[in-house]
Design a protein around this ligand. Structure first.
Ligand code: G1P
Length: 296
């Protein structure tokens, strides 16, 4: 198995209520909120496709059909845009459906991230020895870390995760790794993992950053865990169980940027960051921000 063909299925858990974005999420799933003009989940789907995924399994909850619908073609709209000669808009509208094949798995009850990932097991095919999981709250920039993770799995086997070095004061919001050095400063062996530890008990400052390349063994482990942090079935606890049984787990330390789309403050930063780079909106936004901040 070559690194580029290490996985063809990617799971995106998107079943949450989006409480931090209420009241908007009464009607619009948070995964569809636009970062400038493109929903966050399209960036995540594009990242999965770029890394070799052919199928995207969106784990969704009843009433959030719009997330999967977003990836369906809209022939009526395409025809209107084509008739009007709107080639650039047509290209935008076709982009998401053209990325990869999207299917859904339903999580009936919000029992945690581990439970959500487990809900996608029936969607896997016999040949899926590993599966990628991308959390749509996390934008990891630049893209490319999944390909690096696939290389590490090809070399070392087992499960490979993405880690960020996070300030200790913020570490209790994350799954945290107990790590051991390898010869490569950006690849570490994981000896343990703990979900949302108090800062003074965190085994390191390396935190899980929403990108996972999981060996299929994870689904068996997910069936054997009990509720953990927050009373939820945690993916972290299933990974920790595998480690305790001798399953190899490594992290690739990503030194690039990251945005947290899971709360309005982080979402706004991402939107401003992307807008500043946008040829149409960037220059005037920058001028306005300078004036706005200067006048505080
Ligand atoms: C989840 C995971 C956590 C991980 C984080 C990354 O937590 O449980 O291990 O570090 O995503 O964003 P959540 O942010 O959903 O509470």
């Amino acid at each position: 198995m070559s690194a580029s063909t290490a996985f063809t299925a990617a799971i995106v858990p998107a079943a949450g209520l989006g409480t931090r974005f209420l009241p908007t999420t009464k009607a619009v799933p948070k995964e569809l909120l636009p970062v400038v003009d493109t929903p966050g989940i399209e960036y995540v789907a594009a990242e999965a496709a770029e890394a070799g995924a052919e199928r995207l399994i969106i784990v969704t909850s009843p009433g959030k059909d719009a997330v999967a619908q977003y990836f369906q073609p809209r022939p009526d709209l395409e025809k209107t845009l084509a008739d009007r000669g709107k080639a650039a808009l047509l290209e935008k509208v076709r982009r998401a459906p053209g990325l990869l094949a999207v299917e859904t798995a339903i999580q009936e009850e919000a029992l945690g991230l581990g439970h959500a990932v487990g809900c996608a097991e029936p969607n896997l095919r016999p040949e899926d020895e590993a599966v990628a999981v991308l959390l749509p709250d996390d934008l990891v920039l630049p893209t490319g870390v999944l390909a690096r993770m696939a290389e590490v799995r090809a070399a070392k086997g087992g499960t490979v995760l993405c880690a960020f070095d996070i300030p200790r004061a913020e570490i209790s919001a994350y799954g945290v790794f107990d790590v051991e050095e390898t010869g490569d400063p950006d690849v570490k062996k994981v000896n343990g993992m703990v979900e949302k530890p108090p800062a003074d008990q965190a085994p390191s400052t390396f935190a899980a950053a929403g990108r996972y390349l999981l060996d299929r063994a994870i689904f068996d482990a997910l069936k054997r865990i009990t509720p953990g942090a927050g009373g939820e079935l945690q993916l972290t606890d299933a990974i920790a169980l595998l480690i305790s049984e001798g399953h190899p787990v490594h992290v690739v330390v990503h030194r690039g940027g990251r945005h947290d789309l899971g709360n309005p403050g982080g979402f706004l930063r991402a939107a401003v960051d992307f807008a500043l780079d946008h040829p149409e909106y960037g220059p005037s936004l920058q001028a306005w921000l300078r004036e706005r901040i200067g006048s505080q």
